[in-house]
Structure formats: structure tokens, C-alpha cells
Ligand binder design. Structure first.
Ligand code: ATP
Ligand code: MN
Length: 602
């Protein structure tokens, strides 16, 4: 029998159908038992009255993969208007353990951080699924519009690039065969190059921004709808494209994602087709914010988040539209390539589009002659030499052109009125996470970064310590002497290597004792040997004599000998053989959180 989907059930009333999907949840009520089956189109209610059928799944957990064959019956209670009765159930993949997060509830009863910690599972939740189906629809609508109405050609620009196109510190650098490369912040350069080829171009580009702040509207990796066009009579034609684009995207989602919008319950943003999105100059925008709130930001070079929110409220109240353009921004706040206004070079032909309180797009006209571009670079006190490739296109003929960049996640967030942009990225990266996983431990490399981190930790925790500089000390006895501490208070930190796993471990013993390799073998489950000094220098940037008992900073599994617990005071080299730290034994244990074992001998 052919597989039928949840969405098709209404067309099969009174017929027997075969469904496949996941056990979402089970409500065993005794006589009548409700199995909710999930497939890619929705949730089906299956009513089980046969005890034997129920027994097959009673002990199984959400996620169990099932085939259910049964009769479709009209039901006013069931969400779909139909349910499946008298089922025969086949368990395809049995799952016995409940998942770590209750994704199968209509709304996950957890905080966003926990939801992100269990991202792979939480995405199975219907509300989350709806967000990302709508996001996919937005992308599809954008492509349809760009190809069918604008006649633009899609381009695919590199994400791994050499020098940065705009300067600034918000770049991630990557090691590229020993050279430094950067992850692209936008495809500005490439889309302008492509205007010289195809006049009208668009893309959905990944972007990377090293935004150190943890806000509700910034990610470090996201996607941007990019657009650029050449040959207009007035630069406002770029705004015309943006306006029609966003209206059609909103309309497309309203038409094609009714189920998803219903699931999310939030009132969708409105941008009526027959209402022009207001276009305020930056100056007018500041004035309106002042008139409406009494807060005077009229001398500020930028709009505050509060002003952005107020302007959208204004547009909604006055025009019934949640979007508003702000145009003619100050040159000081726009990139070097922004086109200066003919009658006032302090202003630029640029715009932002605000949606439901937040910026979603920046764009505008670009400088298009070589001379003008040079001028723009110099005005920002940057070096034209750094922009040679970019400048070459202007040397050899670019028409008047302009475009915009609109954040996909920002757009999804504002359209659906979500509170946090992380909700709109499948696997968000930010200051605390990479691809939704928590950044576990920072890896520290080199003696100075290790020492600085140890001292930072001591200070942050307000612990007492002394930090000494001294001549290199070849033996533990020398160390004790220059530090003025007892021999047994010194900590010897050894980096070992497992012979079978090749994994490095750190073992720490009081200086007057030796390490017992047999005990080490018992603890690690493998034979270990001393790691070679060359490897230690290469992998951790440390000389053997400077390794501190902070194996956690080097991401090593770290063991302390039980004897260390008995020490009131400890002393060790903090990354280099010429510097030591003296601190309380208990504080060291608190900071490092090592594993303990007995692996020392005389
Ligand atoms: P903001 O001022 O909000 O930090 P921006 O002005 O620096 O953004 P632009 O360079 O104008 O950003 O980028 C164009 C669009 O890309 C923005 O309007 C926004 O929709 C999106 N965007 C930019 N940076 C981020 C980010 N860190 N996370 C998510 N979206 C972003
Ligand atoms: Mn911007």
C-alpha cells in the first residue's frame, strides 16, 4: 500500500491508509489510547483500542519510527478533522530512552539556552519546524522575485577570502596553509564586480562577523540576501526593488505557509501591497523620534535601537505598515563606497529598511568612478593599496549602481516577531556557541597566553597569589630556593602520551615525588610515556620546564596526585621557566577541577 501523509488524510476518509512517521507522543488513557504520529507534513492522531497493538508501543519513547495502517475516520476533536482508528502498528526503529528535551510538546517547556544545547532534537518540534519552513519559503520567494521580476542573475561568491574588503576588526581570520585568510563579512566586492558582468545580480551569501557583543539581534555566522543593479536613472530605483521584493516575500509566506503561521500564533508583519513603505530622511526620522518621545537624539550620527522601534510604531500607526525606510545617512556612519549626495557631501545616497522595530537591510548607491572611489577610501583614512583588486573594476568602467544586503535571520526574526535571533538560525554561532554547541574550553597556546590566563582566573576569583620572576631553575630544589617555598610544595606537571590512543594527559605530583607509570596505566587504561619536549613546544607552545598544573587550559585530561590535596600552599612555573606562582592548594584544585589518583612514589 502506498504511503499517505498527514496532510492528505482528509482526502481518504473511510478508507484504509498506510502512514509512516515518528512516535511523537502517546497518551494511554485505558480504553482509548491516543498515539500522535509525526510525519513531514504534520501530526496525526491515531486511536488505539486494541490491547495487543498498544502493547507494541507502550514502553517506547518519542522518536520511535513506526508504520501505522488503519482506517481514516472523520473527527471533530482531532486537529486535522480526521483521525486514524483500528490501527495495525509496525515498529521499524524502537527507541527506549526518552529524548533529553521535550520537543514533542506543542511548545518546548525550556529556555532558549537549553533548547540550543539540544538543537538536533529541538528542531523536531512543530513550532521550530514552522520557523524554518517559513525561512525556506522566504528564500524561495526571493529567488522567484529576483529571477522573474528583476531579471537578475544569481552569483556565488567566495567565503574564504584574503584581505578584508572594508577594513575593521570584525573579521575572523583562519590559518590558510600558514598564511592568514579571512571569512567574508559580505560579498560587497564580488557583487560589484558582477554588476560589471551582468548588470543585475543577486545572491544568498553566508557572512561572518566577529561581533564580540552578545545581543538578541547579532549572530557571528548568518546569511544575507544580496542584490546589486547597474544603470538606474535615480538611485531610489534600488529602494523600489527592495520595496517590491519585501512585499512579495511577505505575501508569498502568507499564501504558502498558512499552517506554519497558525502554529506560531504570532501576528505576522504587515506591509499592504497598496501602501507605499514610508521613506523618511535620517533627519526627518530623528525629528519624528524627538516629537513622539521627547528624547532628543537629533545630534547623534546614528539611530538608537529605541528610535528604530519608535519609527516602526509610527509607520504602523500612520500607514498600517510595519516597515519604514530611512534614507540619506551621514557619510561618517556609512562605508567608504557610499555615494555622496550631490548637494551635500556630508550625506549619502544610502538607506536602511527597518521592520517591526529593527534594521533588516542596509543599502544604497555606490561611488562608481575610479576617482570618486579613491576619494572615498582616503576620506576614511584607509590605504588605496589595500583595495587594488576592488579598484581595478572602476578603472575599467562601472555604470551608476547600487544595491542592498538584507539579513535572512534578521528578516525571519522581525517578520515573525521573535525575541531572539538565535531562534532563526538552525545552528547558531555567537560569542558562546559555534554551530549551536557551547564553546567548551578556550585553547591557550604559548607561555604568555597561558600565564595571562592563569593570572586572569586568579584575579577573577579574587584568590590570593604571588607572582615571581627569577632565573631559570633546572631542578626542583633550585625552584624551591628561589621561591622561598618547601620542596614538597612545588608541583611537577608532566605531559604524557598514551601509547595506543596517542592522546596527551597531564599528571601532577609534588616535586619531591616521582611518578608511578604503573598507576598511570591503571588510571588511563593504556601504557603511557613522556611526551617529547619538541612535541610539547609545537603543540602547546611551552617549554617542558614551564608547564603549569593547568592542563585544562591546554585541553588535557588532567590528574592530580592525592598528595596535592594535603598541601596548604603550592608553587609552580606558570608557563615559563623564569616565572612562578605561589597560591593556596585548595584554590588550585578549585580552578583546575582535576581528576584525582594515587600515582606518586618516592
Ligand atoms: P547592525 O547595525 O544591526 O549591527 P550592520 O549595519 O552592521 O547591522 P550591515 O553591514 O548593514 O549590518 O549588514 C546588512 C544586514 O545584514 C543588516 O541590516 C542585518 O540585517 C544583517 N546583519 C548584519 N550583521 C548581522 C549580524 N551580526 N547578525 C545577524 N544579521 C546581521
Ligand atoms: Mn546596516
Amino acid at each position: 500500500m502506498e504511503r499517505i501523509l498527514a496532510s492528505q488524510l482528509l482526502q481518504h476518509v473511510d478508507k484504509t491508509v498506510r502512514l509512516r512517521g515518528w512516535l511523537n507522543n502517546l497518551r494511554p488513557l485505558g480504553k482509548l489510547n491516543f498515539l500522535i504520529l509525526r510525519d513531514r507534513t504534520g501530526l496525526v492522531q491515531v486511536v488505539i483500542s486494541d490491547k495487543q497493538e498498544l502493547q507494541k508501543i507502550l514502553h517506547l519513547a518519542p522518536g520511535t519510527v513506526l508504520t501505522v495502517t488503519g482506517k481514516v475516520s472523520a473527527s471533530s476533536q482531532a486537529e486535522l478533522g480526521v483521525e486514524v482508528v483500528s490501527p495495525t502498528i509496525d515498529v521499524e526503529v524502537a527507541i527506549n530512552n526518552p529524548p533529553p528535551i521535550e520537543y514533542y510538546k506543542p511548545e518546548i517547556p525550556s529556555q532558549l539556552e537549553f533548547i540550543l544545547d539540544h538543537r538536533a532534537m529541538s528542531l523536531r518540534n512543530r513550532e521550530l519546524q514552522a520557523i524554518f519552513k517559513i525561512q525556506a519559503a522566504l528564500v524561495h520567494a526571493y529567488r522567484l522575485f529576483m529571477v522573474n521580476e528583476v531579471g537578475a542573475v544569481e552569483y556565488f561568491a567566495p567565503n574564504l577570502i584574503g584581505a578584508s574588503s572594508e577594513g575593521g576588526a570584525e573579521f575572523f581570520s583562519v590559518d590558510y596553509f600558514g598564511y592568514q585568510a579571512t571569512l567574508a563579512q559580505s560579498s560587497q566586492l564580488y557583487k560589484q564586480i558582477m554588476v560589471g558582468v551582468n548588470e543585475r545580480v543577486f545572491a544568498l551569501m553566508p557572512f561572518f562577523r566577529a561581533e564580540p557583543s552578545h545581543t538578541t539581534r547579532h549572530l557571528t555566522e548568518g546569511k544575507q540576501f544580496e542584490f546589486e543593479m547597474g544603470f538606474f536613472d535615480h538611485w531610489h530605483e534600488v529602494l523600489d526593488v527592495q520595496e517590491r521584493c519585501i512585499k512579495l516575500m511577505i505575501q508569498y509566506v502568507k499564501e504558502h505557509c498558512q499552517e506554519e503561521l497558525k502554529t506560531l500564533k504570532t501576528p505576522f508583519v504587515s506591509a499592504p501591497m497598496d501602501v507605499a513603505i514610508p521613506r523618511l530622511t535620517f533627519k526627518e526620522a530623528q525629528e519624528i523620534f524627538f516629537q513622539r518621545t521627547g528624547i532628543d537624539e537629533r545630534n547623534e550620527p546614528d539611530l538608537s535601537p529605541a528610535a528604530e522601534r519608535e519609527l516602526c510604531t509610527y509607520a504602523q500607526e500612520k500607514f498600517g505598515c510595519d516597515l519604514v525606510f530611512v534614507i540619506d545617512w551621514l557619510a561618517s556612519k556609512r562605508p567608504f563606497y557610499a555615494y555622496p549626495k550631490e548637494d551635500n557631501s556630508e550625506l549619502t545616497n544610502t538607506f536602511d529598511l527597518l521592520c517591526a522595530g529593527t534594521e533588516i537591510t542596509s543599502g544604497g548607491q555606490r561611488r562608481h568612478t575610479y576617482e570618486s572611489m579613491l576619494e572615498g577610501i582616503k576620506l576614511k583614512e584607509m590605504d588605496p593599496q589595500d583595495f587594488e583588486d576592488y579598484l581595478s573594476i572602476f578603472k575599467y568602467g562601472m555604470p551608476p549602481h547600487g544595491g542592498f544586503g538584507m539579513g535572512l535571520e534578521r528578516l525571519t526574526m522581525t517578520l515573525l516577531r521573535l525575541k531572539n535571533i538565535r531562534e532563526t538560525s538552525l545552528f547558531p554561532s555567537d560569542t558562546k556557541r559555534i554551530a549551536s554547541s557551547r564553546i567548551k574550553a578556550k585553547l591557550f597556546f604559548g607561555s604568555e597566553s597561558v600565564r595571562n590566563e592563569i593570572i586572569r582566573k586568579l584575579r577573577d576569583n579574587e584568590m590570593e597569589y604571588r607572582h615571581l620572576s627569577h632565573d631559570p631553575t633546572p631542578t626542583s630544589e633550585d625552584s624551591a630556593r628561589v621561591r622561598g617555598t618547601k620542596l614538597e610544595e612545588g608541583i611537577k606537571s608532566l605531559i604524557l602520551k598514551g601509547k595506543s590512543t596517542k592522546k596527551n594527559y597531564q599528571f601532577n605530583v609534588p616535586s619531591h615525588l616521582k611518578i608511578d607509570m604503573k598507576a598511570v596505566q591503571e588510571l588511563t587504561g593504556e601504557k603511557c610515556e613522556f611526551e617529547s619536549p619538541d612535541v610539547i613546544l609545537e603543540c602547546f607552545g611551552l617549554n617542558v620546564g614551564g608547564v603549569p598544573p593547568f592542563g585544562d587550559l591546554l585541553r588535557l585530561e588532567t590528574f592530580f596526585d592525592e598528595q596535592i590535596k594535603l598541601l596548604n600552599q603550592v608553587a609552580f612555573n606558570c608557563g615559563m621557566p623564569t616565572e612562578s606562582i605561589i597560591m593556596k592548594g585548595q584554590d588550585l584544585i578549585t580552578l583546575v577541577q582535576p581528576k584525582f589518583g594515587s600515582f606518586s612514589k618516592n
